[in-house]
Design a protein around this ligand. Structure first.
Ligand SMILES: NC(=O)c1ccc[n+]([C@@H]2O[C@H](COP(=O)([O-])OP(=O)(O)OC[C@H]3O[C@@H](n4cnc5c(N)ncnc54)[C@H](O)[C@@H]3O)[C@@H](O)[C@H]2O)c1
Length: 455
């Protein structure tokens, strides 16, 4: 045991270990670039064949990841990418960063993780570390990955013949860990390498090698006792956000009836130097994590006869927010003797949060749907999303319209959904008949007017 472990540890230490990354998306690509920048050879794997030639040409496909970083990594020979999974044995460490969405019944869609684990098990060789980073329910690593990997060594390819070998032993023949990703795209203060990383191993040896690997690229690693604890940590972080956002969304609606401005109240409460963290209301949850991850726990908790009431309630309140924004818009139009039916609506911002191009679970898509259902004619603008992509639920054939005096004046109401920094808020306010601001973006910039209402 010690021999395998020490061998891998020494390869990690002298950076001769090859790092394989499966899933070169928002999480996997920056992580791979980080390892490459620190001197490791990185071999990226992705089933999306379009990504491989782009990377090889040094081109980015994620707005906030600069092409220069990719060019440098490819040019130095530290990064290469492939769709050929038979190259998995080249890697000493395999890091899995594939999607974990919900299916149409809002239950975990584990197909990407399962497909990847099956692929890894096909090629797993002695001495490899596998670390799962995809957000998931507690138990995934040791219930799905571990049994597959322990029974992995079926194929030994000497002259093409297949031989069933003795099952692998975790912590001796291979190492298995869970280390949740905490990527926050486009956060100016934190990036992959500066966000502390939680690491849980199936055995102490697994944790030791995984921690050693990540210590090379991450400012601080935080070891926990098990993969389950690591999986649960990530869920706690996202449930904490979901529940707190739901709380301020609920208070927003209550305070609005009382004629109190929630944003003013949050700013005032934020002056308390302890015991208060500010969360802000909005048009609904978006992104790959907060609207989805809590329901991984809800699903798993059912196996233990527990209903996750907080999570469900938060989900209910957050899901209602786009409806609230549309209702506020209807009232505002009504006050101008206009009905929503036939009204021209411009949804400003399509990405799920400001200054990024990520559309996953964006509440703007829901806003468009509800406005359309109520008979409005909807257009949108987003400088980073020029055409709305097809998603699991929506398939709009819509392109971002140009923002200018003439185009703004055509709309009965402009609904601010994503508060991109690049918007000229003064110009928009000066040229729009009515604005419904779900982010407090205008007042935050000192722009106040009777025709701007908050939602
Ligand atoms: N995006 C974030 O900010 C963020 C933050 C924290 C955690 N996470 C979690 O990290 C995981 C990955 O998220 P992401 O945002 O990077 O997703 P993504 O969709 O941007 O990237 C996933 C990549 O995996 C590829 N892929 C899918 N199936 C594959 C397979 N079988 N083999 C190889 N590649 C495959 C896809 O083509 C894609 O390139 C998810 O579990 C997510 O919840 C994401």
């Amino acid at each position: 045991m010690a021999n395998n472990t020490n061998y891998l540890l020494s390869k990690i230490k002298d950076k001769s270990a090859i790092v394989g990354i499966i899933g070169l998306g928002y999480v996997g690509l920056p992580l791979g670039l980080e390892f490459a920048a620190k001197g490791f050879k990185v071999l990226g794997f992705d089933v999306d064949k379009r990504k491989i030639p782009l990377l090889e040409k040094g081109k980015t496909y994620i707005k906030h990841i600069k092409s220069e970083r990719i060019k440098e990594a490819i040019g130095s020979g530290k990064l290469s990418a492939t769709s050929d999974f038979s190259r998995l044995p080249e890697a000493d460490a395999i890091i899995i960063c594939v999607p974990t969405p919900l299916d149409e019944h809002r239950e975990p869609d584990m197909s990407y993780v399962v497909n990847t684990a099956e692929m890894v098990s096909k090629y797993l060789r002695k001495g490899q570390l596998v670390s799962l980073e995809s957000t998931t329910y507690p138990g995934t690593t040791d219930e799905i990955l571990l049994p597959l990997f322990e029974n992995a060594p079926i194929i030994q390819n000497n002259s093409g013949s297949k031989t069933k070998l003795k099952p692998f032993k975790v912590g001796q023949d291979f190492y298995l860990a869970f280390s949740p990703e905490r990527e926050d795209p486009n956060n100016p203060d934190y990036s992959t390498s500066t966000i502390p990383k939680v690491v849980g191993g199936v055995t102490p040896a697994c944790r030791k090698v995984a921690k050693a690997l990540y210590d090379n690229v991450i400012v601080k690693t935080v070891p926990v006792s098990s993969t389950r604890a690591a999986e649960a940590t990530k869920l706690l972080e996202n449930i904490y956000r979901s529940v707190n956002i739901a709380l301020v969304n609920e208070l927003k609606m209550v305070f609005e009836r009382m004629n109190i401005d929630i944003w003013e109240v949050i700013d005032a409460a934020s002056t308390k130097p302890f015991g208060f963290n500010a969360f802000y209301p909005g048009p609904g949850l978006g992104g790959h994590c907060i609207p989805i991850d809590p329901f991984y726990l809800t699903w798993k908790a059912r196996e233990y006869d527990i209903n996750t009431k907080f999570i469900e309630l938060a989900g209910e309140i957050n899901t209602y927010q786009p409806y609230y924004v549309v209702d506020r818009s209807m009232h505002a139009l009504n006050n101008m003797n206009k009905s929503i039916k036939g009204a021209k609506v411009l949804v400003l911002g399509a990405a799920y949060k400001k200054d990024i191009d990520d559309m996953r679970e964006s509440p703007s898509l829901k806003l468009i749907e509800i406005f359309r259902e109520r008979g409005a004619q909807v257009s949108y603008n987003d400088p980073y999303v020029l055409k709305l992509p097809k998603t699991r639920k929506y398939n709009y054939d819509m392109h971002s319209i140009k923002l200018n005096k003439a185009s703004l004046k055509k709309f009965d109401v402009v609904v601010l959904s994503t508060d991109h920094s690049d918007y000229d808020y003064k110009f928009i306010a000066g040229n729009s008949k009515l604005i419904v601001d779900s982010r407090n973006a205008f007042e935050r910039r000192g722009i106040k007017s009777k025709n701007i209402i908050k939602a």
